[in-house]
Ligand binder design. Structure first.
Ligand code: GDP
Ligand code: GDP
Length: 452
C-alpha cells in the first residue's frame, strides 16, 4: 500500500460511528407553511423565509433545541427532487425526506384541507414505518380547530393544530415531537478540563528531549501547582506563552530509551499511547535529514487518531541552501495530504523560532474544535453543489440533500445523500470546507448517509 492509499484508507474509514443528532424532516405541499413552521421551531435564529413559492432555497437544515433536546430540522421546501410534475415532485420530496429523517413532520394547510397530493404523500409515509406527526397549519384561531380535527381521516394519528405564523399550538406540537424523537448524544464539551494535552512525538534522535528541555527550562515548570489537576507522573506541566500545557509521557522522552533493535516496537507503542492521550501532537522532524517512512508513519498515526497536528522541523541550524531546497521538494511530494497542518522551523539547540511553537499549537487546537452551524454548513453546501456538482456516473448523479457537523475534536461531518460520493469529490468537499471555515491543523472526517 502506498502512503497515499494508506492515508485515504485512514481518512475514509467509516468504522467509528458518529453519534448523530436526530433529524426531523418537514414535508408537505408548497405554501402550506413549512418554512414558517421551521422558523417557528428554531426560534427564527437562523432561517429567513424565502417568500417565493417554488424557489429552491439555499439553506435547508438547521439546528434546533426544545426543552434542552437537540435535533436537526430539515425544510424539504428547499429540495428540488428531479421528478416532473407537481404531484410527483411533492411525492419524491417526501420519499427522500422519509429516507433521511428519524421523524417526519407532515404539514397541511387547514384552509385548503386534504388534496390528492396529500393522499399520495400519506401512502409513502405509511409505508416508511417512520414516526409521523401531522401538523394542521394555519389554525390561527378557534375556528380552524374543526378543520384540523378532520385530518384524523388521514390515518396518521392525532392532527396537531398550529399557527406557524402566530405560534399558536407550536409548543404542544414540539412536545409531541420530542415524545417520538430518538435522543441526541449529550452536548460534549470539546475542551478538556485543565491544561491542554500535548504529545511531543517523533522518531529517535530528532531532538525531542532537547526541545523538551528547552521548553521546560526556559520557563517555570509548574508540576502539581495547577488547581484541580492531578498529574500523571509521566507527564509534565510546562508554562508557555501565558498558559499551562500538559506534555504527555515526558518520562518516555526523558528516560531516553535508546532504540536498540527490538526497542523500536516499544517506542512505537509508546508514541501511539501518547498520541491517544493528547489533544494535539507536535511531530518533530529532523530537517537536516531526508524525511523517512517512520516520520510519515507517525504523521499518519496522528491523523488516524483524529488529533490536531503541528509539524516542527528541528535542527534548522544545520540546514544549508542545498538541503533547504531539497526539503521544499520533499514537503511538496510527501506531505501533500497534510498541507493543512501548521509547520514551524525550529532549532532546539539555538532556540530559533521557539516562540512560534505555541501559536502553532493554539491554531491547531482552534481548528480542531471549530464547529460550523447546520445553517451555515448547508448554505455552504448549496453554493458548493451549485458551482461544482458531483459528476454524473452511469447516468446517475448523486446529490447532497443536507449535512450536519455532529462533532468537533476532530470535526466530523455527516452528509445525507442520494448516492455514493466518490473519494475525489469528498476530497474536494474537504478542501472547500477548509477554504471556507479554516480547520487549520485538524483532520476532518466526512461520512455519508446514503438514501434510496
Ligand atoms: P412552504 O412553501 O410550505 O414552505 O410555505 P411558507 O412557509 O413559505 O408559507 C406559505 C404562505 O403561508 C406564506 O405566505 C406564509 O406567510 C403563510 N403562512 C404560513 N403559516 C401560516 C399560518 O399559520 N397562518 C396563516 N394565516 N398563514 C400562514
Ligand atoms: P530525541 O531522541 O528525539 O530525544 O533526540 P535528542 O534530544 O536526544 O537529540 C538527538 C541529538 O540531536 C542530540 O545530539 C542533540 O544534541 C541533537 N540536537 C537536538 N536538537 C538539535 C538542533 O536543533 N540542532 C542541532 N544541531 N542538533 C540538535
Amino acid at each position: 500500500m502506498s502512503d497515499e492509499e494508506l492515508y485515504d484508507d485512514l481518512v475514509d474509514s467509516d468504522d467509528d460511528v458518529i453519534e448523530d443528532v436526530p433529524v426531523v424532516a418537514v414535508v408537505g405541499r408548497p405554501n402550506v407553511g413549512k418554512s414558517t413552521l421551521v422558523n417557528r421551531i428554531i426560534g427564527r435564529r437562523e432561517a429567513v423565509v424565502e417568500d417565493r413559492p417554488g424557489v429552491t432555497r439555499d439553506r435547508v437544515a438547521y439546528d434546533a433545541n426544545w426543552n434542552g433536546r437537540r435535533f436537526t430540522v430539515v425544510d424539504t421546501g428547499g429540495w428540488d427532487p428531479d421528478a416532473r410534475g407537481f404531484a410527483a415532485r411533492v411525492a419524491a420530496q417526501a420519499e427522500l425526506a422519509v429516507g433521511a429523517a428519524d421523524v417526519v413532520l407532515f404539514v397541511l394547510d387547514v384552509t385548503v384541507g386534504m388534496t390528492d397530493v396529500d393522499e399520495a404523500v400519506v401512502k409513502i409515509l405509511q409505508r416508511s414505518g417512520k414516526p409521523v406527526l401531522v401538523a394542521a397549519n394555519k389554525v390561527d384561531d378557534q375556528r380552524g380547530e374543526t378543520a384540523a380535527s378532520e385530518l384524523w381521516s388521514l390515518g396518521l394519528g392525532q392532527p396537531h393544530p398550529v399557527s406557524a405564523i402566530h405560534g399558536r399550538g407550536s409548543g404542544d406540537l414540539l412536545d409531541a415531537l420530542l415524545a417520538v424523537l430518538p435522543s441526541a448524544p449529550p452536548d460534549r464539551e470539546p475542551v478538556s478540563e485543565g491544561p491542554h494535552r500535548v504529545a511531543l512525538v517523533g522518531k529517535p534522535n530528532v531532538g525531542k528531549s532537547s526541545l523538551l528541555n528547552k521548553l521546560a527550562g526556559s520557563e517555570r515548570v509548574v508540576v502539581d501547582s495547577v488547581a484541580g489537576t492531578t498529574v500523571d507522573p509521566v507527564d509534565e506541566l510546562v508554562e508557555l506563552g501565558g498558559s499551562t500545557w500538559r506534555f504527555i509521557d515526558t518520562a518516555g522522552i526523558r528516560r531516553r530509551v535508546r532504540e536498540a533493535s527490538g526497542h523500536e516496537y516499544y517506542a512505537s507503542l509508546r508514541t501511539a499511547a501518547a498520541i491517544s492521550r493528547a489533544e494535539v501532537a507536535v511531530v518533530l522532524l529532523d530537517a537536516s535529514e531526508p524525511m523517512s517512512e517512520q516520520d510519515l508513519r507517525i504523521i499518519s498515526q496522528v491523523v488516524e487518531s483524529g488529533r490536531a497536528l503541528v509539524m516542527a522541523f528541528n535542527k534548522w541550524d544545520l540546514l544549508d541552501e542545498d538541503r533547504r531546497l531539497r526539503l521544499e521538494k520533499e514537503l511538496d511530494r510527501q506531505l501533500v495530504r497534510v498541507t493543512w497542518a501548521p509547520r514551524v522551523n525550529i532549532s532546539a539547540s539555538t532556540g530559533r523560532h521557539m516562540d512560534r511553537l505555541v501559536p502553532a499549537i493554539e491554531t491547531a487546537l482552534e481548528g480542531w474544535t471549530t464547529r460550523v452551524s447546520t445553517a451555515q454548513l448547508n448554505a455552504f453546501l448549496g453554493r458548493l453543489v451549485a458551482s461544482h456538482p458531483h459528476p454524473v456516473r452511469g447516468g446517475k448523479q448523486p446529490r447532497i440533500l443536507f449535512g450536519t457537523q455532529p462533532q468537533t475534536s476532530p470535526p466530523k461531518f455527516l452528509l445525507f445523500t442520494t448516492g455514493f460520493l466518490e473519494a475525489g469529490y469528498r476530497r474536494y468537499i474537504e478542501r472547500r470546507l477548509r477554504e471556507e471555515f479554516g480547520f487549520v491543523g485538524s483532520p476532518i472526517e466526512i461520512s455519508l448517509r446514503e438514501r434510496q
